[in-house]
Design a protein around this ligand. Structure first.
Ligand SMILES: Nc1ncnc2c1ncn2[C@@H]1O[C@H](COP(=O)(O)OP(=O)(O)O)[C@@H](O)[C@H]1O
Ligand SMILES: [Mg+2]
Length: 322
């Protein structure tokens, strides 16, 4: 890799742990997974938990440790929220699982990310696929909430519940990257990045990389600027579209903002709530919307589908004007 390419590399990839030992936190989970790999006996796995804590990373480490240099041939990563649907997933799995793994007698590994995006019917189809190829392939399913996965799949998997990383783990990740990238960052700023990341290493690394594009000296002020940069304005635009009745436009714009800044549904609701005050609607409408935000946030924490909840919230903004 040339220096310039390396320069443009995303830190979340550049600093993705390559071995079990490099993974921060999740001590018990890592130990058990490592044992599966040592015994060369991997069951179907279900990784549930929040974003950016190492679910994909550990799946890759399992494949790399099991298959060595051939890992690429024997590992398939798919996203269940792929809009082309479960049929495409099944076809892809079929093509992949049909042939023997390269350089090993072991089953291949298929990582299916975001399984909670699948409908119950699609999950039934997935379950049948898992059964059909159980001799030639092992599935690692990942989901934010295991409760959204149907019982017949859960009962076929060994379930691992990931928690957000501790502040200590996030701080260590930040310090390591800062050292390797030659950043100047003090303890208070490290604590700030750690706080706003809420246990999500991907977010911590992305914030750090965004800051470093502006200055190699990272300050607390810069961190908060990056984290909140443009959000209030962008969010205001979304909500204004909604109160003007342009629901579809508002929804598309909201999705844009979410993806661009890597925000979770809960973070979006908090930002929406803060922005309500800036809208030109009656005070009473504002109060109702604030209350609605609270309700939606509660449902998300309870594990309800984030997009459906955000759409419902936007719908109440459309209705607020009337
Ligand atoms: N436990 C961890 N230890 C060290 N780095 C981590 C850990 N979890 C996540 N990261 C960092 O965040 C990035 C994204 O993690 P990933 O495994 O893709 O998260 P997810 O749980 O959403 O699948 C990784 O490439 C790595 O840089
Ligand atoms: Mg992932």
């Amino acid at each position: 890799m040339t220096e310039q390419q390396a320069d443009h590399q995303l830190w979340i990839e550049k600093y993705r742990p390559q071995t079990f030992a490099e993974v921060k936190g999740h001590t018990e989970i890592t130990k058990r997974l490592q044992a599966f790999v040592e015994q060369k006996n991997i069951p179907h796995l279900l990784f549930s938990g929040p974003a950016g804590v190492g679910k994909t990373t550990l799946s890759l480490i399992i494949a790399k440790t099991l298959f060595g240099d051939n890992w690429h041939h024997n590992f398939l990563e798919l996203n269940a929220s792929d809009s082309r649907g479960i049929e495409v997933i099944r076809e892809t799995v079929k093509d992949f699982a049909r042939t023997k793994a390269l350089g090993t007698e072991l089953p291949k590994i298929i990582l299916l990310d975001e399984c909670d995006a699948l409908t119950k019917e699609a999950q039934q189809a997935l379950r049948r696929t898992m059964e059909t190829y159980t001799r030639t392939a092992r599935f690692i399913l990942s989901a934010n909430f295991s409760s959204k996965i149907i019982d017949p799949i859960q009962s076929r998997c060994t379930i691992f519940r990931f928690k957000p990383l501790s502040q200590e783990d996030i701080k260590n990740i930040i310090m390591n990257i800062s050292k390797r990238e030659g950043l100047k960052i003090d303890d208070k700023t490290i604590a700030a990045v750690s706080t706003v990341s809420k246990g999500d290493a991907r977010r911590a690394e992305n914030i750090l990389q965004s800051c470093s594009a502006i200055s190699k000296t990272i300050t607390e002020k810069l961190v908060y600027e990056i984290v909140s940069a443009a959000h209030p304005e962008e969010m205001k635009e979304v909500l204004q579209l909604a109160v003007q009745g342009s629901f579809i436009q508002a929804r598309d714009k909201l999705l844009d903002v979410m993806l661009k800044h890597g925000l979770s549904g809960e973070e979006i609701v908090k930002q929406i709530q803060e922005t309500v005050w800036d809208l030109s609607i009656t005070d009473q409408a504002k109060m109702q919307l604030i209350e609605k935000c609270g309700e939606i946030e509660f449902r998300m924490v309870e594990g309800s589908d984030e997009f459906i909840q955000l759409e419902a919230l936007l719908a109440s903004f459309v209705l607020a004007k009337k």
